[in-house]
Design a binder for this molecule. Structure first.
Ligand SMILES: Cc1ncc(COP(=O)(O)O)c(C=O)c1O
Length: 362
């Protein structure tokens, strides 16, 4: 072929999403399949968001509001920032991409940790930039190890907090020490996709850092997890007005669809759904940790809506055996963790079904 394919892009392995429920039902002839593989909301989504989408359906011929005006107003109010400090994306994934498009050129460096979100390496490689991954300690980001990798070519640092797939987090004290040493030409992006599931007291308050005007720090959050709007694709970034203005130059004019905008705006007004989700996840997490401990299985101390666990058997095999029982989880073999699974917290019934199936399979 004569097309000018780029070598560094040809070498990329595309992101593999979790298996869809319908596919497993069809392939294995199962009537009921539960998916604990993609960190989705087990309670569905807010009824208020659903109603807002129904109301917006008869305006689908119109382009969406390119500035996400109403959503930004509402978000700004709830976060205590200005609308100029918010950029909305087609999922928070899109904002990772905006950062890469805005800041990375070939030869630049991106620093993150091993065993973290796969989209960081993916997007770095697309830009022809170099990814530097620090080692984890006990499945936790080591911020001193990240610091050692930062140099004059480092444009972006990604810290998933809590991290996917480990569920672990970095503390306020660790972040304070880290931010004192990060050079001003390096933008540190705290990816807080799982922020709403945190109950740890020493979780860092990055929002305050941004409110104080720190230019090289930003936060990413999403409506996909705690608000249950993954299918609509909507997330956001928080930063200083200067940084947000720059990212707005990089994005497409109508990057966020209207159904997502109205759903997210309505979801923000449904505190009851958010609180119920949070409670379900924290209780489910406690239940699963206890049940796993009783089975002699160690799980990471997760602050997210999933647990990384060492089943001490071939993870791909255990994944297949659970699939036959109608339970989709994630094997972590592709991360080099050959005996580990990542399991999303489900409803109380789903959590019990998972534990029972795991007992049988092991
Ligand atoms: C750490 C992390 N960041 C970002 C995302 C992307 O979320 P969104 O659905 O908003 O693109 C995920 C989703 O799995 C994630 O785990």
């Amino acid at each position: 072929m004569n097309l000018p394919f780029k070598k560094h892009i040809n070498g990329i392995h595309p992101y593999e999403p979790g298996k869809p429920i319908e596919e497993v039902e069809r392939e294995l002839g199962l009537a009921r399949v539960i998916k604990l593989a993609s960190n989705e909301n087990p309670l569905g989504s807010s009824k208020k968001a659903q109603q807002a989408v129904r109301r917006a359906i008869d305006r689908m011929q119109l382009y969406p509001d390119g500035s996400c005006f109403y959503l930004k107003e509402k978000l700004a109010q709830s976060l205590g920032v200005t609308a100029e400090q918010l950029v909305i994306g087609n999922g928070s994934n899109e904002i990772i991409e905006l950062l890469a498009r805005g800041f990375l050129s070939s030869g630049d460096h991106v620093v993150t940790s091993e065993l973290s979100f796969l989209v960081y390496p993916l997007i770095t490689k697309v830009c022809g930039s170099e990814l530097r991954m620090a080692r984890m300690i006990d499945f936790r980001y080591s911020l001193p190890a990240l610091l050692e990798l930062i140099d004059e070519k480092t444009k972006l640092v990604f810290i998933a907090n809590p991290n996917n797939p480990t569920g672990t987090y970095v503390t306020q004290k660790e972040v304070d020490a880290f931010l004192k040493q990060v050079p001003p030409h390096t933008l540190v992006c705290f990816d807080e996709a799982y922020f709403d599931f945190v109950d740890a007291k020493d979780f860092p308050d990055i929002l305050s850092v941004i409110k104080k005007g720190r230019e090289n720090v930003m936060i990413l959050r999403t409506f996909s997890k705690s608000y249950g709007l993954a299918a609509l694709r909507i997330g956001y970034g928080i930063g200083t007005p200067g940084l947000i203005d720059y990212l707005n130059k990089v994005r497409q004019p109508f990057n966020v669809n209207q159904l997502a905008q109205v759903a997210a705006t309505a979801a923000l007004g449904d505190r009851t759904f958010l609180m119920k989700t949070k409670q379900t996840i924290i209780q489910g997490r406690t239940f699963l940790k206890k049940a796993l401990t009783q089975m002699g299985i160690s799980g990471t101390p997760s602050q997210a809506n999933f647990i990384l666990m060492d089943v001490k058997k071939d993870a791909n095999r255990v994944f297949q055996d659970l699939l036959k029982k109608g339970i989709i989880v994630r094997s972590m073999a592709a991360y080099g963790l050959r005996t580990y699974l990542r399991v999303t917290i489900g409803t109380p019934v789903e959590n019990k079904m998972f534990i029972k199936a795991l007992q049988e399979v092991l």
